[in-house]
Design a protein around this ligand. Structure first.
Ligand code: AHR
Length: 498
């Protein structure tokens, strides 16, 4: 059966906030040391940043990058990462049980972000620290001058403020694994008091409160309700995190996981709106999906890592073709909620569950998941349009009525372009698709990009970096504003029209 989709340029979900194409760098594994920063690498610049990695990051047009963690941040003292590098302290890092050399910190990362063309989303430590350290770092980073912390920044060579606009109030504080884990009441109170002082230092900043670490947490969604009850007037976003895996090798279910992501987003929106109603507030809480990805390939290897090394390989998932398909579906999920999800971070960016891999001292290359992320970030800007979809469906061991087609369209008025992002979840058969674009008047095809592979488990490696890569051979055609295409089995498709 043919899958049908109708999109109308007036049926708008919302303006896509480019920050949904954000990413994440944590002081974890080889993300920083051996990833973005490697002074001895032949391709590194005068600051020790790898230019080959920077180029791959820049191509993604990543607008914002969350930093410095993650679980790491809950034991991190940001003051260890400023000032002359030779006098920075090495610390035991308890979240990932490594040694942190502190050779990259706030100012260094701000420089790297400038080179990458991205803004910073800074997470403050609400595990072992609190309002005092949080207000100090806002002063150090954002205050123009004439105070202890802002003058110290100038003394460190950064006269101009970094003007960091977006700040996370801790990380995954609902998780028992978190350094300084808290109950919702405890976290809600400290997040509220921290938010107040941070905004008193710089009223222009925006704050993200920690939501649940996943939809599976026993405290979900009471956590959100309680945290927002304490923080509602003081914060601008609540966070969501989710990771999926295919340990059972059940691809049909794995590719349907993005439907659970949709459900998670809907439940968090409902909880936010419940608190809004309870508080008689005029403000609508927005969502920051600031950790999402596939993560499971590296679990066994990570369990065997010796503690207290500097930057050992950790969370180095090597992604295959089916992972790229789920990542495509997850990006479509974010776009389908463009009215409420205003930020999102693919977790993470380099080496650690990442679209970009490097060899320390060697090459850098693109993992399979790089491609859907690249396409969505580059072509998915504008207005997300309501996708009215009729699709044949399938059942899995865990789920029923999963549509073979996952799709959404984005209208970029400035460029007069509309782009359809579509995944065919059917791993055995091609899926005929018709997209009715009648409200657009006339349109012609620019290109139909396809990411496809006969082997769902195919991966890219340093020696074979192009095993899985997109082609331009999609067969979409347009007649009378109806797009017809045959979506290859197990494929990610980007149909661009003008
Ligand atoms: O992204 C890896 C880890 O996943 C982060 O440190 C943590 O926040 C989450 O559990």
């Amino acid at each position: 059966a043919t899958a049908k989709m109708i999109v109308d340029k007036d049926f708008i979900i919302g303006e896509v906030d480019k920050r949904i194409y954000g990413s994440f760098i944590e002081h974890l594994g080889r993300a920083v040391y051996g990833g973005i920063y490697e002074p001895d690498h032949p391709l590194s610049d005068e600051q020790g940043f790898r230019t080959d990695v920077l180029e791959l990051v820049r191509s993604l047009q990543t607008p914002i990058i969350r930093y410095p963690g993650g679980n790491f941040v809950s034991g991190y003292d940001w003051k260890d990462g400023i000032g002359p590098k030779e006098s920075r302290k090495k610390r035991l890092e308890l979240a990932w049980r490594t040694v942190e050399p502190n050779q990259v910190g706030l100012n260094d990362f701000a420089d790297w972000c400038k080179k990458a063309g991205a803004d910073i989303m800074w997470a403050v430590n609400l595990g072992t620290q609190g309002p005092e350290d949080a207000r100090s770092i806002v002063e150090y980073s954002n205050h123009p001058g004439g105070t202890y912390w802002s003058d110290l920044r100038a003394h460190h060579g950064y006269k101009e403020p970094h003007a960091i606009k977006t700040w996370c109030l801790g990380n995954e504080m609902d998780g028992p694994w978190q350094i300084g884990h808290k109950t919702a009441e405890e976290y809600g109170r400290i997040a509220c008091e921290t938010a107040k002082v941070m905004k008193w230092v710089d009223p222009s900043i925006e704050l993200v409160a920690c939501g649940s670490s996943s939809r599976g947490m026993v405290t979900f969604p009471d956590w959100e309700a309680t945290v927002l009850d304490h923080t509602y007037p003081h914060v601008d976003y609540i966070s969501l995190h989710t990771y999926y895996g295919n340990k059972q090798n059940d691809t049909a279910t794995f590719l349907a996981r993005s439907l659970q992501m949709d459900d998670f987003i809907r439940s968090v929106i409902a909880t936010c709106d419940y608190v809004k109603a309870k508080k008689r507030s005029k403000k609508t809480m927005m969502l920051s999906f600031d950790e999402w990805n596939v993560w499971y390939h590296s679990n066994e290897a990570d369990a065997k890592i010796e503690p207290w090394q500097i930057a050992p390989p950790q969370l180095e998932d090597i992604y295959n073709h089916e992972d790229a398909l789920l990542v495509g579906c997850m990006l479509i999920s974010l776009l389908k909620h463009a009215d409420r999800v205003k930020m999102a971070c693919m977790a993470q960016l380099v080496n650690v569950i990442a679209p970009i891999m490097t060899q320390t001292g060697g090459k850098a290359w693109k993992q399979t998941i790089y491609y859907p992320y690249l396409h969505a970030s580059v072509f998915g800007r504008g207005k997300a349009l309501v996708p009215l979809i009729q699709s044949p469906k399938y059942d899995t061991k865990e789920m029923t009525d999963v549509p073979y087609l996952e799709a959404v369209a984005v209208h970029n008025e400035e460029q007069s372009e509309v782009t359809v992002f579509a995944v065919n979840r059917d791993t055995d058969n091609a899926l005929p698709l018709q997209v009715d674009l009648r409200s657009f008047g006339s349109c012609r095809l620019i290109e139909h990009i396809v990411l496809e592979h006969d082997d769902l488990k195919a991966v890219n490696t340093a020696d074979e970096p192009d095993r899985v890569k997109p082609n331009n051979n999609g067969n979409a055609s347009v007649a009378d504003c109806i797009v017809s295409a045959m979506l290859s089995k197990a494929s990610w498709n980007v149909i661009r029209l003008k």
